[in-house]
Design a protein around this ligand. Structure first.
Ligand SMILES: CC(C)(COP(=O)(O)OP(=O)(O)OC[C@H]1O[C@@H](n2cnc3c(N)ncnc32)[C@H](O)[C@@H]1OP(=O)(O)O)[C@@H](O)C(=O)NCCC(=O)NCCS
Length: 187
């Protein structure tokens, strides 16, 4: 497997990346529902300051895609999007894409990578409940009930840093997770 910039893969890579988004996220309201929407996201990911990297298999086909959007004057990158082709999940590709992004972040002096990982389809114990008023104690007691990706991020070293209750309508929170990017030496 090879990880490279989406841009280097040309139109074919962008199309395959867009297809992955639709395949994996069209079942949720905030997802991508048409190829056009996926292609628009791929185009946007190629903008200035953005990071957009794909994992390619031995045939040159896209099997995973990760992106980052700089924020907080470049101290922080928002990880967006991340997707691995369903038939290639649980084979270490997601972890490899996150590690590659961390390497780039480290090289560019970024301090933190964060991700908002929504629960729109009842895959954690934070779904379908009123998270107020003790939102942070709810966050500390998060549990997986249906294969939600927060467990994946946790394995990659991210921790839950907050919740946006009702981010996608009542009982459908966004789960905010972050990881410090270790610097390469004394600042
Ligand atoms: C979440 C996703 C990116 C993970 O990628 P992946 O290639 O399957 O993950 P990896 O194989 O690198 O897994 C790394 C570790 O996390 C674990 N893991 C992966 N997905 C998991 C999940 N949903 N729940 C619990 N653990 C998970 C793996 O078992 C592995 O653990 P191990 O190191 O102990 O063996 C992938 O499942 C995916 O694309 N899902 C659909 C889109 C999505 O939800 N994207 C994230 C949106 S925020």
């Amino acid at each position: 497997m090879l990880i490279r910039d989406l841009e280097q893969g040309g139109e074919q890579a962008s199309r395959q990346a867009a297809e992955l988004l639709v395949r994996c996220f069209s079942h949720i309201p905030s997802g991508w529902h048409t190829l056009e929407e996926g292609l628009a996201e791929a185009r946007e990911s190629l903008g200035p300051d953005r990071v957009s990297r794909v994992a390619l298999d031995e045939n040159g086909d896209v099997v995973g895609w990760i992106g980052a959007v700089p924020c907080y004057q470049g101290h922080v990158w928002e990880l967006h999007p991340l997707v691995v082709r369903p038939d290639r999940q649980r084979q270490g590709i997601g972890r490899a894409l996150v590690a590659d992004l961390e390497r780039l972040a480290r090289e560019r002096g970024v301090d933190t990578i964060y991700v908002g990982t929504d629960d729109e389809d009842g895959r954690t114990n934070l779904s379908g409940v009123d998270l107020y008023p003790d939102v942070l104690s709810r966050a500390a007691r998060i549990e997986d009930v249906g294969g939600h990706p927060f467990a994946f991020y946790r394995k990659c070293g991210f921790v839950v840093v907050g919740l946006i209750p009702d981010a996608n309508g009542f009982g459908k929170p966004d789960i905010l997770m972050a990881k410090r990017v270790e610097s390469q030496g004394p600042q």
